[in-house]
Design a protein around this ligand. Structure first.
Ligand SMILES: [Zn+2]
Length: 313
């Protein structure tokens, strides 16, 4: 083979590789619908619909096949019956599946498992109805704060209660504190501080890269070197409205395909035992690692300046 031909073959391979390389899978999830925003915004129909429309306009060209989790009582009671169906219909029309994230996002450490399950039930009616209008059923559940019970007894009552109601728990593998960046971003946005918004957004993308650097090899330890399908936890907020496309591009560049949650959960890793009963909400990768008797290795924290600024909010 001549050098010129060899170079041509190499060039062709380099061009062809990206199209063939999307062998990893990720299911994207957005929590805390309708939006992480001030209560007043969510109770004003025009503002709440505008937040929803802008977020969905961002998502539309990306074909995320995402699932989003609703806190129905984030919308004021007076507006709920008229506003929430429109918001949820907009998400479903954009091709996003919906799940229950409880009515009020309660902290299980402060209430009984029975009260928590009542909040699960209170969080279902509008989401179930919106899905039903499209011939679908409410199936997914995401734990607020990823708290799954701090005692074995509470954990069992919660898990059995969810199962009895027909829910499938949506685990998270790529946990990342996006909400911390988002809270700072919201403040900068309210102050119309464009330079600060840019600084936070860039730090967020860098952080999400370091988190993925951590979780990819860590997760492969559970699957004997194979890349398991990941579930990425994000939140519906102005930070992701402006910066999610960069996160999406990051995953594409790492060889991921965006798959529905149900497809990701078919990966055998999601059948591993999970016995976490501590008072914190953590990635399922840590739960499975701990259940195997191996040491947990925590993902990187956000940069110090972000954590300090968040604590000062
Ligand atoms: Zn949440």
């Amino acid at each position: 083979m001549s050098l010129r031909l060899l170079l041509a073959v190499i060039a062709a391979l380099l061009v062809a590789t990206p199209a063939l390389a999307q062998t990893r899978k990720v299911a994207v999830t957005f929590d805390d619908l309708p939006y992480q925003a001030a209560d007043a915004q969510l109770c004003d129909p025009a503002q709440a619909m505008a937040l929803t429309r802008d977020f969905l306009a961002m998502l539309k060209p990306l074909k995320t096949r995402a699932t989003a989790f609703v806190n129905e009582h984030k919308v004021c009671e007076a507006q709920r019956a008229t506003l929430l169906p429109s918001i949820l219909d907009a998400w479903l029309a954009a091709g996003i599946d919906l799940g229950n994230h409880t009515a009020t996002h309660p902290n299980i450490h402060r209430i009984t498992a029975e009260a928590w399950l009542a909040d699960v039930d209170a969080g279902a009616p509008y989401t179930a109805a919106a899905l039903k209008r499209r011939g679908k059923t409410l199936r997914w559940f995401r734990h607020p704060f990823l708290f799954t019970g701090e005692t074995p007894e509470k954990k069992a009552v919660m898990a059995e209660g969810l199962k009895a109601r027909g829910y499938t728990v949506a685990p998270v593998t790529i946990d990342n504190n996006d909400w911390m960046f988002a809270a700072l971003y919201r403040k900068a946005e309210a102050a119309r501080d464009k330079a600060q918004m840019q600084k936070i957004g860039e730090a967020y993308v860098t952080h999400m890269t370091t988190v993925l650097d951590h979780f990819e090899p860590y997760s492969a330890e559970l699957t004997v070197g194979r890349d398991p399908a990941q579930v990425l936890l994000l939140h519906a907020n102005s930070l992701n409205r402006d910066w999610y496309p960069k996160i999406h591009a990051l995953y594409l560049a790492r060889g991921y395909r965006f798959v529905p949650l149900g497809e990701a959960l078919k990966d055998p890793v999601y059948a591993l035992p999970e016995t976490w009963v501590k008072k914190n909400g953590v990635s399922w990768l840590h739960r499975w690692t701990q259940a195997q008797g191996r040491p947990v290795r925590w993902e990187p924290d956000p940069p110090e300046w972000v954590m300090t600024a968040y604590k000062a909010l």
